[in-house]
Design a protein around this ligand. Structure first.
Ligand code: AMP
Ligand code: ZN
Length: 468
């Protein structure tokens, strides 16, 4: 399966190639943990999850690294307002972020390095830039990267370098720079930062945001790696600066393929904290929407196309997933029947599905292949599909779900356990823990009388509605 992706560096859809055959090193810019992430952020994380699952579907072994930005202006300001130490302030947001990823069925990265745990690596990178004559210190104690000294600057954003000299200020809050395009590697200590500061040979302060990603990506993936992703707003200046910091030091190409997703919008505007037009995942869950439904909506568009968030789309996702669930339930019921194999099978859509993924992650086409398969399966079931054919169809859905992650995840039948049933099951679990077997059996019968089957597995008990 040859994958073709749009590479922001070359601005072309090209064959995806890796440094080592069959392996992908992938870096993903992660959240700034000063608040709950909003679903615009999750559009980016879900695009990255879909990309990673597609690579795995295609047989690659992926090592993904996602950073946690736990020191910057926003986290410092937030911790001061809350009267907490920086780490105490960010810890609950980090925990919430992981919960949200789980609710959306995002596969965990191999490492989630936090910026504050990697200050020595960042200082080493700054020292190397000083040694090369590329870093310089300004009057206010900050350290800047001199863009003039790195001739490749601007290659990702396809910048006209002369514009950098003629007064385009990139970070408006940075002064004392020699060049207008220069960016901070280190921010000299300022009263506003309180006790959030580290000592360094060039003076007390804290690292710049761009620096953490160069330092941590190279630490966990090597000086050159395969794939780097983010939302389009990360492309410039953040990713441009990451390249400059890394390549100026190593002299090696930093990353081969750069991929960026378009924004999630609300009424035509980017969903963002500063515009106040955002929903967190928790806001939507509180309104009764499931992570699975939100995952479906955020994936159901090409990643390079802006996506407008609407509640109609969530309702449509609910209806579409109900159709998938019905088909899966019917296939599962048929697969358990004892009947002769007539040899009939559901016509496969796997080739079309794989071709859609390989074509720059064409999610709408991949979804179309899934629904074509569901329709064909329903027709085949009506025409007497034998149990072996139903089992084969379930296998195909499982294979598609390797990339999609919503077909078997969080199915309604598993989620919608009524409170009364759950209470009986919990009582049974307690009875078993106390080896009260008679009580446990009585509760099992009571659950069965109410239409629920309880099964004991290694992860505890699971509940399933009994077939009517
Ligand atoms: P931040 O916490 O602002 O650094 O953003 C974290 C990630 O979310 C980055 O990859 C951003 O590019 C991405 N992002 C922020 N807003 C949106 C949006 N409205 N749509 C898609 N991605 C976004
Ligand atoms: Zn980054």
């Amino acid at each position: 399966m040859e994958l073709r992706f749009y590479n922001s560096m070359t601005r072309r859809v090209e064959a995806f190639e890796t440094l080592a055959p069959g392996k992908v090193g992938m870096y993903t810019c992660g959240p700034t943990v000063y608040n709950f992430a909003h679903i615009g952020n999750f559009r980016a994380y879900l695009f990255e999850d879909f990309l990673r699952r597609t690579l795995e579907f295609a047989g690659y072994e992926v090592r993904q690294v996602m950073n946690l930005t736990d020191v910057d202006d926003k986290t410092i300001r937030g911790s001061q307002q809350a009267g907490k130490a920086l780490k105490d302030y960010t810890a609950p947001y980090i925990a919430a972020f992981f919960e949200d990823l789980k609710a959306l069925n995002v596969e965990p990265a191999a490492v989630y390095p936090a910026a504050t745990d990697h200050i020595p690596e960042m200082k080493a990178l700054i020292q190397a830039l000083f040694d090369k004559g590329i870093a310089y210190k300004s009057e206010d104690g900050s350290v800047y990267f001199s863009v003039d000294k790195f001739p490749d600057y601007g290659k990702l954003a396809h910048l006209d370098r002369s514009a950098l000299r003629s007064g385009v200020r990139i970070d408006a809050d940075e002064y004392d720079k020699e060049g207008v395009g220069d960016f901070a590697l280190w921010k000299g200590w300022d009263e506003k930062d309180g006790d959030v500061a580290w000592d360094a040979p060039w003076g007390r302060g804290r690292p710049g945001w761009h620096l953490e990603c160069s330092a941590m990506s190279m630490k966990y993936l090597g000086e050159s790696f395969d794939l780097h992703t983010g939302g389009v707003d990360n492309l410039f200046p953040h990713h441009e600066n990451e390249i400059a910091q890394a390549e100026a030091v190593t002299g090696k190409p930093f990353v081969r393929t750069w991929m960026h997703c378009a924004h999630l919008r609300v009424n035509g505007q980017k969903m963002s904290k500063s515009l106040g037009n955002f929903f967190t995942l928790r806001d939507l869950q509180a309104q009764g929407w499931a992570g699975r439904e939100i995952r479906y909506v955020l994936l159901n568009a090409h990643y390079r196309q802006p996506l407008n968030f609407t509640f109609e789309a969530l309702s449509a996702a609910r209806a579409a997933l109900a159709r998938v669930d019905e088909c899966v339930d019917a296939l599962a019921a048929r697969a358990e029947q004892a009947a002769a194999d007539t040899g009939a099978r559901v016509a496969s859509q796997l080739d079309a599905f794989a071709a859609a993924l390989a074509d720059d992650l064409n999610a709408p086409e991949a979804f179309a292949a899934l629904f074509a398969f569901v329709r064909a399966a329903n027709a085949a079931l009506n025409a007497g599909l034998p149990p072996a054919g139903a089992a084969a169809a379930l296998d195909e859905l499982r294979r598609m779900d390797r990339a999609l992650g919503f077909v078997f995840f969080g199915r309604a039948a598993q989620e919608a356990v009524p409170a009364e049933i759950q209470a009986l099951a919990d009582a049974r679990a307690r009875a078993r823990a106390q080896k009260a077997w008679a009580e446990s059996d009585r509760l099992r019968d009571e659950l069965a009388a109410k239409g629920w089957q309880v099964r004991d597995g290694k992860d505890g008990q699971t509940l399933k509605p009994l077939a009517k």
